[in-house]
Design a protein around this ligand. Structure first.
Ligand code: ASP
Length: 444
């Protein structure tokens, strides 16, 4: 009887935990999914490769549906959030937030690259890989491509291309950077209108943003199943042998990301005087979701909710900083791209001069800005970084094999970077709820 009662209490407790706590469901999904994935992996000998592949396709279904739902509302959500974010700032705020946010993003990306350079140059994962007789080696010695792209020459073009000459094309093809830049311009232009003209636009934009968030809240119900399925499918397809020889490199990337995380926590502590541990606790849900989905875009709505509800950031900041950050601020990705470029150079024995390192830094900044916030985005863009540094791109195929794992870690860091920016900018430009109430005219 007593046992029954305590079991009962346990189940009530678990029930309560499971009902409200997304983070608990995500961890449960990750752990159970990983267990199933290891069981389904053909190397465990329980299931044939064909059947395992078929089951994995089905397991991925909730994750695919979640991603599609979020992607479906991503463009209207980004558009309306940025507009409402911009118009809810005072004009003095607006003049300084935009440029300072950009400078801040460049600063943190720079720090990420410096950490990446330092850990790779000190720990030399490429040399270790070669001494293992790594499977990248072609036996032909270092390959130095005859022609190097002159990245510096491309910069003026790249800058003018940031402005979409056909915004509809950017919207239709989901080219987020173009969408963000167009939206910022439109948002600032709206602030120049007379209030009576601007109000219907602002109201419409707020309504669409709310509708998007409702659709997201429906999609969020899928999250535990999505996480479970994606994890199971991932581990059922990825054999452990793929990590052999790359373990040290993976460790270096994760160490770099960890140092970057500590850097964010120090910033949060010094600038906002928040407790780093409390901050980490408050953002654990978006971090876990980012880890499971490997996509900042998929986490963007939850990041906005977390910033508003858990971190107490005012919405004039979160509406603006999160969508812009999710699109252009990818410090974890920059660090990964930097470590991987130097790793490849070490593996292929390509000597990099100081100028080369500077060039890599420039290209990685641009590459991380241009990386789409989708799973594996960072590794696709990496090809152009390698090319511009004169490093053979063939080795990327090995990295792609393990990229999902690295993508999970770097996406969590990317999302942490955006939330860190949020609390920092809230400290200087956030509006208290009272101020917002005074500014908002009563509904008619
Ligand atoms: N998946 C990452 C993100 O969405 C980008 C990357 O692959 O590095 O933040």
């Amino acid at each position: 009887m007593i046992e029954f009662e305590s079991l009962n209490r346990l189940s009530v407790y678990l029930d309560r935990l499971i009902k409200g706590q997304l983070w608990f469901k995500v961890i449960l999904g990750l752990v159970v999914g990983a267990g199933l994935g290891i069981f389904l992996n053909p190397s465990s000998g329980f299931i044939s490769e064909r059947i395992s592949g078929q089951i994995a396709d089905w397991l991925e279904l909730p994750g695919q549906i979640f991603m599609r739902l979020v992607q479906m509302i991503m463009i209207p959500l980004i558009f309306t959030s940025i507009i409402t974010g911009i118009v809810s700032n005072t004009s003095e705020n607006l003049k300084s937030i935009g440029p300072r946010l950009l400078v801040y993003f460049f600063f943190t990306t720079g720090v990420a690259i410096i950490i990446g350079l330092a850990v790779t140059l000190i720990l030399e994962p490429g040399k270790y890989f070669v001494s293992l007789g790594g499977f990248l080696g072609t036996g032909e010695g270092p390959k130095i491509p005859e022609q190097r792209n002159d990245v510096l020459q491309d910069i003026p073009n790249a800058i003018s291309n940031l402005i979409p000459n056909n915004p509809l094309e950017a919207f239709l093809t989901g080219e987020m950077l173009g969408v963000v830049i167009f939206t910022i311009l439109i948002g600032v232009a709206i602030t120049q209108l007379k209030p009576v003209t601007a109000r219907p636009l602002i109201r419409f934009s707020e309504a669409v943003q709310k509708i998007c968030m409702i659709v997201v809240s429906w999609a969020m119900r899928l999250v535990p199943y999505a996480v479970f399925g994606l994890m199971a499918a991932l581990l059922s397809r990825t054999g452990l042998e793929i990590f052999m020889g790359l373990g040290y490199y993976i460790g270096v990337v994760i160490l770099g990301l960890f140092i970057l995380l500590v850097f964010y926590l120090i910033l949060v502590f010094i600038i906002t005087q928040r407790s780093p541990l409390k901050f980490l606790k408050q953002i654990k849900e978006p971090q876990l979701l980012a880890f499971s989905m490997a996509s900042s875009a998929a986490v963007m709505p939850l990041s906005m909710k977390t910033a508003d509800e858990k971190l107490g950031v005012s919405s004039n900041i979160s509406d603006f900083v999160i969508p812009v950050g999710a699109t252009i601020n990818m410090d974890g990705t920059a660090l990964f791209q930097c470590v991987t470029t130097l790793f490849m150079a070490q593996v292929y024995g390509v000597e990099l001069s100081m100028i080369n390192l500077l060039l890599i830094t420039f290209t990685v900044v641009a590459a991380s800005i241009g990386t789409p916030a989708v799973p594996g985005g960072g590794v696709i863009v990496l090809a152009s970084v390698l090319q511009s540094a004169g490093i053979p791109v063939d080795g990327l195929i090995v990295i792609i094999g393990i990229d999902r794992i690295l993508g999970m870690f770097r996406t969590s860091v990317n999302v942490t970077g955006d939330l860190t920016a949020c609390v920092i900018f809230d400290k200087f430009y956030g509006e208290s709820r009272e101020e917002v109430l005074i500014k908002t005219p009563p509904e008619v």
